[in-house]
Design a binder for this molecule. Structure first.
Ligand code: SF4
Length: 374
């Protein structure tokens, strides 16, 4: 019996070791039958893939053009690519990262609700002004930061978006605009999610959009609630993009009430990281400040904000609060907003007040949340 026991144990051990090795091999060489997004491939990789699959390499240029210039939404649109190649592509790659579920328009704002390949939902917003079409992209499904004033924070974190899913929001909206004789001019990472908590994918999507789609780096802005490690990494990427800090309060105490994540971030250290970003990149930083009645909109708050920022440069972007269902916060009236701005002006702090487009369709800042489409 001991012999049988020994053989049995040895077999089991061998089987476990075998499974473990297989797992390592499969992981290392990515042998899972998972399909990658086609947008991940640059022109050279597309060429190699075509050759490996017995197809003509010159097709790579055509496919690349369909993806990044003509912003194709699916393979059927690629009419100069043979059906055989398209079939091979569809079995190897996810070629349509998003599908449009719903589009809502209000004033100069359009909100798009997309379904991702796994069924998750995400939103982006197009904000149009004369000579300017800005796409506000989401970087996560939901958001784990749970800012008290934000609809996305109420959803909670669901998952990170892949780089292709982020870039495709811009591509698809650009396609929508070109059909109307326009095109995307600016991209802001201010939709659902904290971009710097999905660092690699966000940076990869920025490279895709600037290098392949061709948007100017200076017209791309990443917004953060203050992920210091991410700000430090971003300043060394050589991307040449802008940064916006969601400040929302003039001091640590109030800030951490509004942004739970701020409890783990010292405001002094955060502003130092911002300073370093400006020095290293030569790019300006915008401070986003949502004005909430009776919470952070007093003249004292304005004075404190001015002393915090007046030697740092940069512009404060004031955003009057937009009511969110289930949140008992109010928007200050015009006089209160002007009083706040007057203090900043007097103290020499540059500021703008964002005209809140898209309020009627819950597309304004802090209002992106899946329930708003239900
Ligand atoms: S404001 Fe931004 S960081 Fe805060 S919960 Fe909303 S989406 Fe997340």
């Amino acid at each position: 019996m001991p012999t049988v026991f020994f053989i049995d144990t040895a077999e089991k051990t061998a089987s476990v070791v075998h499974s473990f090795l297989c797992f390592i091999i499969v992981k290392k060489w990515n042998l899972f039958v998972e399909r990658n997004f086609i947008h991940v491939l640059d022109e050279q990789s597309l060429k190699s893939w075509l050759v490996e699959h017995g197809e003509a390499p010159f097709r790579a240029k055509q496919i690349f053009n369909w993806l990044w210039e003509r912003c194709a939404r699916n393979l059927d649109e690629m009419t100069n690519i043979g059906k055989g190649v398209r079939k091979k592509m569809s079995s190897s790659f996810i070629c349509s990262p998003l599908s449009l579920v719903k589009k809502e328009e209000s004033e100069e704002t359009i909100k798009f609700l997309w379904k991702l390949h796994d069924g998750a939902l995400v939103e982006s917003v197009l904000i149009c002004a004369p000579g300017r079409s800005t796409v506000c992209v989401s970087s996560q499904v939901g958001c784990g930061m749970r800012c008290s004033f934000c609809a996305s924070g109420k959803v909670g974190f669901i998952r990170n978006l892949e780089a292709s899913e982020i870039a495709s929001q811009v591509l698809y909206i650009n396609r929508y605009l070109t059909e109307k004789d326009g095109g995307v001019t600016h991209v802001v990472y201010m939709g659902m999610g904290e971009p710097l908590q999905n660092y690699e994918n966000v940076v990869e999507s920025i490279r895709m959009l600037t290098d392949r789609f061709g948007i100017s780096r200076r017209r791309v802005t990443v917004s953060t609630v203050g992920v210091i490690e991410g700000i430090e990494r971003l300043s060394g990427e050589g991307l040449g993009i802008n940064l916006a800090l969601s400040l929302h309060a003039p001091n640590q105490k109030l800030r951490q009430k509004l942004i739970p994540y701020a409890r783990s971030v010292d405001l002094g250290e955060l502003l130092f990281a911002i300073e370093q970003f400006r020095e290293k990149t030569g790019r300006e930083v915008t401070y986003e400040y949502i004005l909430i009645q009776g919470v952070n909109d007093s003249t004292e708050d304005a004075g404190e904000l001015a002393s915090l920022l007046h030697k740092r440069g940069g512009c404060v972007n004031l955003i009057p609060y937009n009511p969110v269902e289930g949140v008992r916060m109010k928007r200050p009236c015009k006089e209160e907003i002007e009083r706040f701005r007057a203090v900043l002006r007097r103290e020499g702090v540059a500021n703008t007040c964002r005209y809140t487009k898209g309020k009627k369709i819950s597309a304004a800042c802090g209002q992106l949340a899946l329930h708003s489409f239900e």
